[in-house]
Design a protein around this ligand. Sequence first.
Ligand SMILES: [Zn+2]
Length: 208
Amino acid sequence: MASEDDHFLPNKIGRILLLSLEEVIGHNGVNAALNVAGLPDLIHSYPPNTLDREFSFSAVGRIHQALDRLYGTRAGRGLALRTGRASFKHALREFGPMLGMTELPYRLLPLPMKLKSGLEGTAELLNRYTDQIVHLEEAPEAYRFHLDLCPLCWGRRLDQPGCHLAIGFLQEGLSWMSGGKNFLVEETDCAARGDAACVLRIVRQPLD
Ligand SMILES: [Zn+2]
């Protein structure tokens, strides 16, 4: 399943991905996606809720690709965005306490500090617990979230940026951090298109 140059996420994150996907396309939908992705062994055995790095980037890339193959590019994009949004609440429950994001001092920070601290914490967490290499770049009007190694498009070749799940995850995270505001998040660069990294641009000023 995993090639030699593959990288890994903790089982816990693979589990969150499949549980979130199930909320969006149902149990049968997940089974179909795992079959199309060539990962039928996962159908009746989701990864355990552990931090062992055993869930491969290539599996994530194939599951993301399976959405496009099953539902078409346009609908697949929407489903990936929704799966990303659904995954935030699982991630918050599993990782939020480690980041202090569910504590009162965090919740009392002014909005710009909350966003900066939440995005930096997310980057640190991904660097610490996954094989991803992530950093946050700050421009005056926007943050740029760089994924130098991205599981979502691992092994894929695309004409357009395709890591929609990450966009949905960040949109939901920013909404939670800001008490329900919407932010523009777009993928400006994508490794699957031949760019050096996947880059998500987050406009600082909320849309509403
Ligand atoms: Zn990517």
